[in-house]
Design a protein around this ligand. Structure first.
Ligand code: ZN
Length: 168
């Protein structure tokens, strides 16, 4: 399985999370420094700390950790599901490619195709957990395998099971 733009999305989301983490750390340092005055080589604590910095520091840090964990979870679920069902083409064992594409205004889907036999699938996935929910065969294998499954929305286990049953 080759990922077309899935890893790009993954790295972009990670980068985005790290920017938030950097902001959180920046505000926490500002909060810490807001109580310290430097006199020559001496650092002296004074007055009350700036609570606004503390608030932003904690908020950004918590948010970034949440983003990091959910990004990691989402992409590892998505990739392990794709590997489970499409590591090789279920029809011809050829090389598959997966790409996330837009499917309406807010929705996205994954298009998977086989370089060798031309089979093509659409997969829907959960935008929260990243798990693949359903798969629809859009183009059957060039030798006609999968014709009876064409345009049927099936859950992934069911689809793979039906293809294997046909072969045995
Ligand atoms: Zn194939």
């Amino acid at each position: 399985m080759r990922y077309d733009n899935i890893n790009t999305g993954y790295y972009f989301s990670l980068l985005f999370s790290f920017v938030f983490l950097a902001l959180g750390v920046y505000f926490l340092i500002k909060y810490h420094d807001s109580t310290i005055i430097k006199v020559g080589g001496l650092s002296i604590s004074y007055g009350s700390p700036n609570m606004e910095y503390l608030f932003y520091g904690i908020s950004f840090t918590v948010l970034s950790l949440f983003m990091l964990i959910s990004t990691w979870k989402f992409y590892s679920n998505l990739k392990s599901d794709l590997m489970e069902y499409f590591e090789l083409c279920p029809f011809c064992k050829g090389l598959t490619t997966a790409k996330i594409v837009k499917d309406g205004i807010f929705k996205r889907k994954i298009v998977i195709w086989c370089r060798d036999c031309g089979a093509k699938w659409d997969a829907n996935y959960s935008s929260i957990t990243g798990h693949v929910k359903s798969i629809t065969l859009k183009v059957p294998c060039e030798d006609g395998r999968g014709n009876e499954l064409l345009n049927k929305k099936l859950n992934p286990d069911e689809l793979i099971c039906k293809i294997r049953m046909k072969e045995s």
